[in-house]
Design a protein around this ligand. Structure first.
Ligand SMILES: [Zn+2]
Length: 273
């Protein structure tokens, strides 16, 4: 029975594994060196009130993957972004990108419904903020299969997953890997290792998170640890770019953003984790 259960479990992981192997958008990175991007999904209010604020203290801009259907809701015990948070992100020059209007798992949707999730989200942002979404997508729950990955590639030249890892020289623009700022996996050692790996190999470290609060959900982190992450990136003097700007550099555009902000601009942790 244990074997049957194991086989079933392995079979359940198969679409996700196949998706990571199915890489029609993979290219060799042309970035001159290591880069870092900070991304938030969904987005809980604290990602804006704490995350965007700490990024701004360093002079950096993040990428926020919004799902219009979550606006103003309470989801998993979290107060999600409201119209004023959206306005704050826009005013701060942060990047607003697409996470699917209803935050649905794409592998379970028919082809047309995937396009509808994208269109509805684009229309929502156009009506809510009078602006276009950045050309990047984050798979809700990180869930992808070769079919949904192909569907998303028709709409976006860039997509981000949630599989952990530093993006190396061979880059899958259709499913970027991440360093999760998540309570269930974050360690200061892991953070230092990821930054060192990116630095050593000229990799692209894409940080991703959700809520930032003193007692975070398993998918969030403390403001203290997020500030720690920002300080470690600043100390490593790695350039920080929004996701689409970093992707442009990886495709051969010149790196125009300067190096990390000086120490005087570094944030202070608002509290202990
Ligand atoms: Zn999400």
């Amino acid at each position: 029975m244990a074997l049957v259960r194991q086989l079933r479990e392995q079979w359940g992981h198969m679409p996700g594994r196949l998706a990571r192997l199915w890489q029609p958008q993979a290219r060799l990175s042309r970035a001159p060196g290591a880069m870092v991007s900070f991304t938030f999904d969904d987005v809980p209010r604290s990602a804006v009130t704490v995350g965007a604020r700490l990024l701004a203290a360093h002079g950096w801009k993040g990428t926020f993957f919004l799902a219009g259907g979550l606006e103003g809701t309470r989801t998993d015990g979290q107060q999600m972004f409201g119209r004023e948070d959206l306005a704050a992100l826009v005013a701060g020059g942060h990047e607003i990108a697409c996470h699917g209007f209803g935050h649905r798992r794409l592998p379970s949707l028919p082809w047309r419904a995937i396009g509808e999730e994208v269109r509805r989200n684009r229309d929502w942002l156009g009506a809510a903020a009078g602006m276009a979404m950045a050309p990047a997508f984050a798979y809700p729950y990180g869930a992808a299969c070769p079919r949904s990955k192909t569907a998303i590639a028709r709409h976006f030249p860039l997509a981000r997953g949630i599989a952990a890892g530093v993006n190396g020289r061979w880059l899958d623009f259709g499913q970027l890997r991440v360093f999760p700022m998540e309570r269930r996996s974050f360690t200061p050692e892991g953070m230092r290792r990821a930054i060192a790996e990116a630095r050593r190999g000229g990799g692209w470290l894409v940080v991703f998170g959700h809520d930032l609060q003193p007692h975070p959900t398993p998918w969030g982190e403390t403001p203290c640890n997020f500030a720690r992450m920002l300080d470690a990136v600043a100390e490593a003097a790695l350039p920080v770019l929004p996701l689409t700007a970093a992707a442009a550099v990886a495709r051969g555009a010149p790196l125009s953003a300067g190096p990390a902000a000086p120490a005087s601009a570094r944030s202070r942790a608002p509290g202990r984790g």
